[in-house]
Design a binder for this molecule. Structure first.
Ligand code: ADP
Length: 242
């Protein structure tokens, strides 16, 4: 696989919460076509980095660019329009709408701003991508946790992002659901979307990711090909040392 241009640039990004240095001096390039696994012990700064990339928080220091544009101080919805989508650990669907219309809403408010009747067939394609097309007429209350997370991915993909940030998208799933979610993430990646995924299951990321970035105490401890990173003594120490 060929890697494209640099899509996301983090330059010496730091974020403090009072005296807590959640992130310290993270410099990172993500290229088009990568599927980056973001890992590290609890409290190492993974969610903070996702929150900075998506604009939920602003960095204390440093610069973040997306597709050449400085997004460091942009509001989250503007960052979404430049091409960064994210999922949340706790999905927040519209409970009174069908699964189809939940995704159609994301299509309608995406870059093309289509009317509902044109957004619905596109929504159905996105539901097929996440293997939820058979539930298009159901409601969020009918879905289990795994299916809610898939819906969340479909909504993120419907905004037509360049980069998709997946925060703990496989958390709390049984093994069959993890396998299904991995297939879905692969399919989204193959459709041309660059992905950053936060995930605790290293075994899964070893198969899925093209690259692993390891955070430890807010800094980047290792970065590279998954097999190499997982065998790095410093990485093993960071995981076992707590
Ligand atoms: P991870 O996702 O790797 O578990 P986090 O990014 O959630 O790590 O947290 C990194 C550090 O920053 C932790 O010490 C955490 O307590 C702190 N932190 C994260 N978010 C906040 C916040 N909103 N307010 C205060 N401290 C925070």
């Amino acid at each position: 696989d060929q890697l494209g241009a640099v899509l996301v640039e983090c330059r010496q990004v730091a974020r403090y919460f009072g005296g807590v240095h959640a992130l310290e001096d993270v410099t990172l390039d993500i290229r088009a076509g990568e599927l980056v696994g973001l890992v590290g012990p609890n409290g190492s700064g993974k969610t903070t980095l996702i929150n900075l990339l998506s604009g939920a928080f602003r960095p204390t220091r440093g610069v973040i660019r997306l597709d050449g544009r400085d997004i460091t101080r942009l509001a989250p919805h503007k960052i979404a329009h430049v091409g960064m989508a994210r999922t949340y650990q706790i999905p927040r669907p519209f409970d009174s709408m069908t699964i189809r219309d939940n995704v159609a809403m994301a299509v309608m408010f995406g870059p093309e701003s289509l009317p509902l009747n044109r957004a619905r067939p596109i929504a159905e394609q996105h539901l097929a991508t996440v293997a939820l097309d058979h539930l298009a007429d159901a409601y969020p209350a009918d879905l289990n946790l795994h299916q809610r997370q898939l819906l969340e991915m479909a909504r993120a993909v419907a905004s037509n992002p360049k980069v998709l940030l997946l925060d703990e998208a496989l958390a709390g799933l049984n093994p069959a659901e993890v396998d299904n979610a991995v297939r879905v993430v692969r399919r989204i990646h193959e459709s041309g979307i660059t992905i950053v995924i936060v995930e605790h299951l290293l075994r899964v990321l070893n198969q899925l990711a093209t690259r692993l970035v390891v955070l430890d105490r807010g800094t980047c401890l290792a970065d590279g090909e998954p097999q190499t990173v997982l065998n790095d003594p410093a990485v093993i120490r960071a995981y076992l040392g707590r």
